[in-house]
Design a protein around this ligand. Sequence first.
Ligand code: HEM
Ligand code: HEM
Length: 175
Amino acid sequence: MENQRYSTTAIIIHWIMAIMIIAMIIMGVYMGDLPKGSDERTWFFMLHKSMGLTLALLVIIRFIWRFWSPPPALPSIVSGAHQKLVKGTHHLLYLMMFIQPVTGYISSSFSGYKTKFWGVPLPHWGWKNPDLNKLFSLIHEISAICLTILIILHIAGVIYHIQRKETELFKRMWF
Ligand code: HEM
Ligand code: HEM
C-alpha cells in the first residue's frame, strides 16, 4: 500500500527522540569545554546523564513497539538497492541509539562519581578507574561521531526525496 503510515506512537517517539538526541549531541560537545569543578559543568553533566538514560529507556520501548507494530513497507519511490540503504541506515541508527547511552553510562561508572537519574542515585557498581573512564569516554565520543554521520545521512535522504517532490516518505513520519 502506497499511503501506509507509521503508527501515531512511533511518530511521537521518533520526534521526541530526534529532538532529544540532537540536543544531547550539542550539549555533550558544549559541556566538555566547561571549566572543571564549575557549577555549570556539574549541572550540564547531570542533565546530560539523566536525559541520556531516559533516551536509553525510550529506545528500548521504541524497539519493542516496532515488533508489536512493524513499520509500513517502503513506498515505491524508494527503489530496490535504495531500500537496502534506507533499512540499513534505520537499523544502524537503532544500534547507535543504544550503544551511545550505554558507553556514556559505563564511562561515568568509572569516573568515581555516582550516576544520578533525575536526582536519584543509581546503584554504584563501577569504581574510580581513570584508564577505563578515558577508554569508554573515547568510545562514547567515537560512537557520537558515527551517530551524527548516520543522522546527517538520514536527514539528507529525506531532503533528497522532498526536493524531488516525493513527499510521501516524509508524510509517513509526520502527524
Ligand atoms: C543518546 C544519548 C547520548 C548522546 C547522543 C550523547 C552524546 C555525547 C557527546 C556528543 C559527547 C561529547 C563527546 C566529546 O566530544 O568528547 C558526550 C560526552 C559525555 N557523555 Fe554523552 N551522550 C549520550 C548519553 C550519555 C549517558 C547516558 C551518559 C552517562 C550516564 C553520558 C555521559 C557523558 C559524559 C560523562 C560525557 C563527557 C565526558 C566524556 O566524553 O565521557 N552520555 N556525550
Ligand atoms: C536524531 C535524529 C533522528 C534519529 C535518531 C532518527 C531515527 C529514525 C529511525 C530509527 C527511523 C526508522 C523508524 C522505523 O522504521 O522504526 C526513522 C524514520 C524516519 N525519519 Fe528519522 N530520525 C532522526 C531525525 C529525523 C529528521 C530531522 C527527519 C526529517 C527531516 C526525519 C525523518 C524521518 C522519516 C521521514 C522517517 C520515515 C522513513 C520511512 O518512511 O521509512 N528523521 N528515523
